[in-house]
Ligand binder design. Structure first.
Ligand code: FES
Length: 122
């Protein structure tokens, strides 16, 4: 279910350190997307934009994790991000941050608050 301010997914569709779920954020532009991943059991949502150059992180749609499943990686120049904080720990934007969004998981449903990204697009 999607309304203007949130986007929801079924918990069963988001597996541990596996494919992320992408979503559109039309209120911030035609190409604005975000994604949600599960890491160590918890869900995290970020704007799908590298901290180095503003391109999407995933080369293959939904592929955000490294092969070893311990970092998120940008497909363009290989920046590595901590999945739980969004901090870039390796690569050209080391020390910078992905833009986190508010997300909660309740009753087998994951809900992302799209308005929590408004500050990044102001
Ligand atoms: S654009 Fe992501 S590492 Fe360069």
């Amino acid at each position: 279910m999607t309304d203007n301010t949130t986007v929801s997914f079924s918990s069963a569709d988001l597996k541990e350190a596996d494919l992320g779920l992408r979503f559109k954020m039309p209120m911030y532009g035609n190409h604005a997307t975000g994604f949600v991943i599960r890491y160590q059991g918890k869900v995290y949502a970020y704007v799908n934009q590298c901290a180095h150059v503003p391109v999407e992180l995933d080369w293959q749609q939904g592929e955000f994790f490294t092969a070893t499943k311990d970092y998120l990686i940008c497909a363009t120049h290989g920046a590595h991000y901590e999945p739980n904080t969004g901090e870039c720990v390796m690569g050209p934007c080391k020390g910078k941050q992905l833009k986190p969004m508010q997300v909660e998981e309740k009753g087998q449903k994951i809900t992302v608050d799209l308005q929590s990204a408004a500050q990044y697009f102001a």
